[in-house]
Design a protein around this ligand. Structure first.
Ligand code: FAD
Length: 436
C-alpha cells in the first residue's frame, strides 16, 4: 500500500506519513472507515486543525480529516445547547450560533482549532470562574473501536462524559459534540502595560476581581502586558477596534514586525533583551468593546513552540517567580513571552484543572530555536509544584509520572482498555502518556 504525502502540524514539530487519508462526510462513513481500519489491522485517528505541538494527533495508519463533518446538527433553544459535528472549526461557531443569540462562554487565544480537537486536549482560556472548552460539553457521540456509536450525556452513560469530553483522542472518534452555550455577550477589553513587580504581589486578587484576566511577560523586561476582559450584556453598545487599527496592532505589529525581530534574535541572541523591550512597546495599551469571540481570540502568524503547565492556583506566583529567576540565572536570551492564565476547578478526569482551581504558565520559543534546555528546566520546576502539562503542548512526562498527577488516571486507562483494547486509536504519544 503506497504512503500518502506527509502530514505536519502547525508548529512543524511533528510529521506523519499516513497510509491513507480519508474525508468522511457522515457518521455512517466514519463507522465504515473505523471497521475497515480494524479489519485491515491499521490504526485510525481523527485530526483537527493540527494545532497541537505534541504528537497527539499523529496518525500513522488511517488519517481522518473531518472538514466535511462540520456544522450544526441541532439546537435546543430552551436549554441554550447546540450540537455540532465534530470537525466544526471554532471560528465557524459564532456564525452558527448568531441566529439563536448564543455564544460559547469562554475561548482560548485562537479559534483555528476544531471543536473535537480543542476539547480532546483540554484547550482553555482564562477566568477564575470559567473552565476550559471541554467543561462546556454536555453530550458527545463517539464511534468506538467496533464501529458502534456511543452517546454520553445526562440521560445516556452520564458517568462516561467526564472522560469522553476530554479523551486525548484515545477512546474513539467523536462525531458529534453538544455544547452548553450562554446568551450572546459583549466584552470590554483593557490591554495595558504595567510594572511587573507591582502586579505580582496582587496577582491572584487581580485575577479574582474580574471575569477574565491574563498577562504576558517578555523576559528581560520589567513590564507585564495585562489583558482584562469584563463581560457585558449582549445588547451593550460596542466600540470595536477599527479594522485598520486592529490589523496594524494584531497583524503588522504583534505578528509581522515581531517575526522579523524573532528571526534577528536567532542569529544575534545578544540583542534579544533590547528586542523584547521594543516588543513590549509594540503591543498593549488599548481599550475596546466587542462581541465576545472577537475579543477572546486573535490571530497568531509567527510560528512558535510552546509548553504550558497547570499548577494549583496558590502556587502560581511561586511558579512564575521561579521561572523568572531561572531565566536570569542561566543567562538565556528568550525572545518569546511567558503567558499566565487561570481557570476554575472542573470534574473532567484528565483536565489539567481536574479537582483544583488552576494557574497556567506557558513558555514559548520561536520555532527556529531549540526549546530543549529551557523547557526541561521549566518543566522540572512545574513538576515539583504539582504541575500538569497541557496535553497538546510540548512536555517530557510519561504515564509513570502523570499517574500521580491525576487522581482518576487509572480509571481513564481502564476505560481505554475496555473501549480500545487493540489500540486502534493509539499512536506513540498516547503510548508514552497513557501507557502501551
Ligand atoms: C497558535 C496556537 C495557539 C493556541 N492557543 C491555545 C490556547 O489559548 N489555549 C489552549 O489551551 N491551547 C491552545 N493551543 C493548543 C491547541 O488548542 C490544542 O492543541 C488543540 O488540541 C488543537 O486543536 P486541533 O483541532 O488543531 O486538534 P489536533 O491538534 O489536530 O488534535 C488534537 C487531538 O484531538 C484529537 N481529535 C481531533 N478530532 C477528533 C475527533 N473527531 N475525535 C476524537 N479525537 C479527535 C486528535 O486525534 C488529537 O488527539 C494553541 C495552539 C496553537 C498552535
Amino acid at each position: 500500500m503506497g504512503r500518502t504525502t506527509a502530514w505536519t502540524n502547525w508548529a512543524r514539530t511533528e510529521r506523519a506519513w499516513p497510509v491513507r487519508v480519508e474525508r468522511p462526510d457522515s457518521v455512517g462513513a466514519v463507522q465504515r472507515l473505523v471497521r475497515a481500519a480494524a479489519g485491515a489491522g491499521l490504526p485510525i485517528k481523527a485530526v483537527g486543525a493540527g494545532h497541537s505541538f505534541t504528537g497527539i494527533a499523529v496518525a500513522p495508519g488511517v488519517l481522518l480529516e473531518l472538514g466535511d463533518l462540520s456544522g450544526l446538527v441541532r439546537v435546543d433553544r430552551e436549554r441554550s445547547r447546540v450540537t455540532l459535528r465534530a470537525g466544526t472549526r471554532l471560528h465557524d461557531i459564532p456564525r452558527l450560533l448568531e441566529p439563536f443569540g448564543l455564544a460559547m462562554p469562554n475561548l482560548g487565544d485562537i479559534d483555528r482549532q476544531s471543536v473535537a480537537g480543542a476539547i480532546s486536549t483540554g484547550t482553555h482560556g482564562t477566568g477564575m470562574a470559567f473552565g476550559g472548552i471541554a467543561t462546556q460539553v454536555v453530550g458527545v457521540t463517539m464511534v468506538t473501536a467496533d464501529g458502534e456509536l456511543l452517546t454520553s450525556d445526562a440521560e445516556q452513560e452520564p458517568g462516561l462524559l467526564p472522560a469522553l469530553a476530554l479523551g486525548l483522542g484515545a477512546l474513539g472518534i467523536l462525531v458529534e459534540v453538544t455544547l452548553q452555550c450562554v446568551p450572546a455577550f459583549v466584552l470590554r477589553a483593557v490591554e495595558q502595560p504595567e510594572p511587573l513587580d507591582e502586579l505580582l504581589p496582587t496577582l491572584l486578587d487581580r485575577a479574582a476581581a474580574v471575569d477574565h484576566f491574563e498577562f504576558y511577560w517578555f523576559p528581560h523586561t520589567a513590564t507585564a502586558l495585562t489583558k482584562t476582559n469584563h463581560r457585558l450584556p449582549g445588547d451593550a453598545p460596542t466600540q470595536p477596534l477599527r479594522p485598520v487599527a486592529k490589523w496594524v496592532d494584531d497583524t503588522l505589529l504583534a505578528n509581522g514586525v515581531y517575526r522579523v525581530l524573532c528571526n534577528t534574535g536567532v542569529v544575534a541572541p545578544a540583542i534579544v533583551p533590547r528586542v523584547n523591550r521594543l516588543a513590549d512597546r509594540l503591543v498593549g495599551d488599548r481599550e475596546f468593546t466587542d462581541r465576545s469571540t472577537r475579543v477572546f481570540t486573535t490571530s497568531r502568524t509567527v510560528r512558535f513552540v510552546e509548553m504550558e503547565y497547570a499548577v494549583p492556583l496558590e502556587h502560581l506566583p511561586t511558579a512564575f517567580a521561579r521561572i523568572r529567576a531561572l531565566i536570569e540565572e542561566r543567562g538565556w536570551r528568550i525572545s518569546f513571552p511567558i503567558e499566565v492564565r487561570v481557570a476554575a476547578a472542573d470534574e473532567l478526569w484528565l483536565s489539567t484543572a481536574s479537582g483544583r482551581a488552576t494557574g497556567y504558565v506557558a513558555v514559548h520559543r520561536f520555532f527556529r530555536e531549540d526549546p530543549g534546555e529551557y523547557f526541561r528546566a521549566v518543566e522540572a520546576i512545574m513538576t515539583e509544584l504539582g504541575g500538569r502539562p497541557h496535553w497538546g503542548k510540548l512536555h517530557g512526562r510519561d504515564a509513570s509520572s502523570l499517574r500521580g498527577a491525576y487522581p482518576r488516571f487509572d480509571e481513564f486507562v481502564r476505560l481505554r482498555d475496555r473501549l480500545d483494547p487493540g489500540r486502534l486509536f493509539g499512536n506513540r504519544y498516547l503510548a508514552r502518556v497513557l501507557g502501551e
